[in-house]
Design a protein around this ligand. Structure first.
Ligand code: ZN
Length: 466
């Protein structure tokens, strides 16, 4: 070989060994790689259908689950029956997956897996609302305490029964350990209640009462929720709050209450011509009766939701008042003048003692339209017949004056009075005290001036007095 050939061979030789050297490194890297990222022997940890990570063996998952269960059992003190979630190990076909260490897996399970234990569920309205409790006794305790609180200030002697407005039940069930609550916590939530935020926008023609009614509320309730709103001044477009805070469970207390109530008496009128129209006379005095009424009252959250009469015992019957009502009329035909000293008419004298000091008719000072009767100031003045008071006030020279309309165009006037015992509009009966005599108006001394007016003209009263 020549020198050139030798050099060439050397080159080949050295180059070849280098090739082997580089190839060896590549294989080593591949093996290392395969060791770190398992190619075919990993398992996916699938919780409720979702892959949460990978582990190298299915046994590791079983062990970690057992450990997590043990931990949950110790922490809760309950007999754990199993996981709430479905946890599976599935063979993974994906390449280059990174697997978790055993401790990482345990932490993952502690975070993601919930455990079931035999406890109980308190159902409200067939499961509309549910509370998990450790035992059935706890569920019952919640219900008992709710009743206890609701009846704390109620007289036990009138309580007939204590129930719940909602359908409630306690049933044994497997419950999530994480959801189990204490008796007091549940009571707190029940009493706090639900707050459904609801508003109503006032529309044309709506009243506060209507809005309350349409939302099963009383006006008072609605006013409480809308303290700043004046019901009489609702405006279209105004927002009204309908947000009611009610407990999740309402205790209904049924009471039996007996109260004494009065029975109003009725009045029976009997028409009689022996009394003048407008006159009445009580024949039998009426009186109210008494009864003992027993009510069944249902109360919830401090207000009455139902009230029914269940028994009624009459203790005293009412007495009907019987009243004679006059239909008679004053006879217009005047009596003869011979009766002037006492008269034989139908009108009663207006005083208990009647002495005429100035008669009806023409006198020196002009025509006297009535009779003057002697009376010290303060003497009782009585209605001459039944009728209606049409004037009871100062009237020119008459001073304090009363006019009674007896119907049939007949009126009587009483003048110079010191005080009134009746007012305009009153119905008076014959002989009723109507005023006290006096010396008011155009009068020269205390007396009673008395007039009889028939169809607008004064007549000599003496002819009408009895
Ligand atoms: Zn007179």
């Amino acid at each position: 070989m020549n020198n050139l050939t030798a050099k060439f061979m050397k080159f080949i030789e050295s180059n070849g060994s280098k090739k082997y050297f580089f190839g060896g490194i590549a294989v080593a890297i591949l093996i290392l790689f395969a060791c770190t990222f398992s190619l075919s022997t990993s398992y996916a940890v699938v919780i409720d259908g979702k892959t949460a990570g990978h582990v190298s063996s299915a046994t590791a998952l079983n062990q970690a689950m057992a450990a997590a269960k043990e931990k949950a059992q110790q922490e809760s003190g309950m007999e754990i029956t199993g996981p709430y979630n479905t946890v599976k190990a599935e063979v993974s076909h994906s390449l280059f997956t990174s697997t978790m260490s055993y401790n990482e897996l345990k932490t993952l399970l502690e975070e993601k897996v919930e455990w079931l234990a035999p406890g109980a569920v308190l159902n409200v309205n067939n499961g509309e609302i549910q509370f998990a409790v450790a035992t059935e006794e706890d569920g019952q305790k919640v219900l008992d305490k709710l009743k206890e609180t609701a009846t704390a200030n109620v007289d036990a002697s009138v309580v007939k029964s204590v129930d719940f407005q909602e359908e409630v039940s306690v049933e044994a069930a497997n419950v999530k350990v994480s959801e189990i609550q204490s008796v007091d916590k549940i009571i707190e939530q029940i009493q706090e209640g639900k707050e459904e935020v609801k508003t109503h926008v006032v529309e044309e023609g709506e009243s506060f009462w209507m809005i309350a009614h349409n939302n099963n509320m009383s006006v008072d309730e609605l006013q409480k929720l809308n303290a700043d709103i004046v019901p009489e001044r609702l405006q279209i477009g105004q927002e009204i709050s309908l947000t009611k805070q009610e407990p999740l469970v309402s205790v209904v207390i049924t009471k039996e209450v007996t109260v004494e109530e009065s029975i109003a008496h009725s009045t029976e009128y009997k028409d009689t011509s022996s009394l003048l129209k407008g006159e009445t006379k009580v024949v039998t005095k009426g009186s109210d009766g008494k009864k003992e009424v027993t009510y069944e009252v249902k109360e919830a959250n401090g207000s009455t939701i139902e009230k029914n009469v269940i028994n009624e015992v009459v203790v005293a019957e009412p007495v009907t008042e019987v009243v004679n009502r006059g239909t008679g009329s004053i006879q217009l035909s005047s009596r003869s003048a011979s009766n002037s000293n006492g008269g034989s008419g139908v009108l009663a004298w207006p005083l208990s003692s009647n002495k005429i000091t100035s008669p009806y008719g023409t006198r020196s000072r002009g025509f006297h339209s009535g009779i003057d009767l002697q009376a010290k100031t303060g003497t009782s003045v009585y209605a001459s017949a039944g009728g209606k008071v049409v004037l009871a006030s100062w009237y020119y020279g008459y001073g304090n004056c009363i006019v009674i309309d007896h119907g049939n165009g007949i009126k009587t006037r009483y003048a110079h009075l010191s005080s009134y015992k009746v007012k305009v509009g009153d119905t008076v009966s014959r002989g009723q005290l109507i005023a006290l005599s006096g010396n008011t108006g155009n009068s020269t001394g205390p007396h009673l001036h008395f007039e009889v007016i028939v169809n607008g003209s004064t007549k000599n009263p003496v002819n009408y007095l009895k």
